[in-house]
Design a protein around this ligand. Structure first.
Ligand code: ADP
Ligand code: MG
Length: 213
């Protein structure tokens, strides 16, 4: 369970947000809401990129606000993808493992499998600037999945992971998430604009307006 209780945050001289909601996360969740309504802000607070001024954020038995972002039990795909353009796609995924230089054989196996399942094996040794937007999106998704699997990060936050993907590619990503993550017991929150996604993912739809106070 993920519980947000009166989480308050204000951008400097900007919008003010207050979030309260209890996610049981027994089923994956798709968060929907208008553009600019605060979906990414919410994910960034859970991830720890943004610190709220007050409130309580609990995942299972942990108070996340007391844990540094890298130590939180979660793996994030940010809306921007956050790929480093000067290193290979493979290295971009490896870097999700807390910058450790050594990748062990079990991790190598997981990385290989995720690249294959996402159809991006050919892009391992090229730069993110040398592939298409949809391919970059899958590299970013691969990083989030690899980080969750290799580091045992049980909560996955995916901010618009399918934007810019054609239907077939998106279906492949959804299949991988279902087989590789949902079935394995990872708790997943996905932000999406597509009204078909809750059904395609077998997920519960939660409107951001029900989280905002
Ligand atoms: P969504 O992901 O739902 O489209 P965001 O969480 O990105 O929305 O943004 C919510 C609101 O906060 C928007 O009005 C946006 O302009 C504002 N906002 C987002 N990031 C910043 C920032 N760094 N500084 C000031 N305002 C911001
Ligand atoms: Mg957003």
């Amino acid at each position: 369970m993920l519980e947000l209780s009166d989480i308050k945050f204000r951008y400097p001289k900007g919008k003010h947000f207050q979030f309260s909601y209890k996610f049981d996360l027994l089923t994956p969740v798709v968060i929907q809401g208008a553009s600019g309504s605060g979906k990414s802000t919410l994910l960034n607070i859970i991830a720890g990129l943004i610190s709220p001024s007050s409130g309580y954020l609990r995942f299972e038995d942990k108070n996340l606000l007391k844990i540094s972002p890298s130590e939180r039990p979660l793996s994030v795909l940010f809306q921007s993808g956050n790929l480093f353009d000067h290193i290979s796609c493979l290295r971009n995924v490896e870097i999700g493992l807390n910058m450790r230089s050594r990748i062990n054989s079990e991790e190598q196996f997981i990385i290989e499998e995720v690249f294959q399942n996402l159809g991006i094996s050919d892009h391992k040794n090229v730069l993110p600037t040398e592939i298409s937007g949809g391919q970059r999106k899958r590299i970013a998704l691969a990083r989030a999945i690899v980080r969750a699997k290799c580091l045992g990060k049980k909560l996955m936050l995916l901010d618009e992971p399918f934007n810019g993907l054609d239907f077939e590619t998106k279906s492949e990503c959804i299949d991988l998430l279902k087989d590789g993550c949902f079935k394995e017991g990872y708790k997943v929150i996905i932000v999406s604009h597509d009204n078909n996604d809750p059904k395609l993912l077998g997920a519960n739809r939660v409107k951001l307006e029900n989280i905002l106070r």
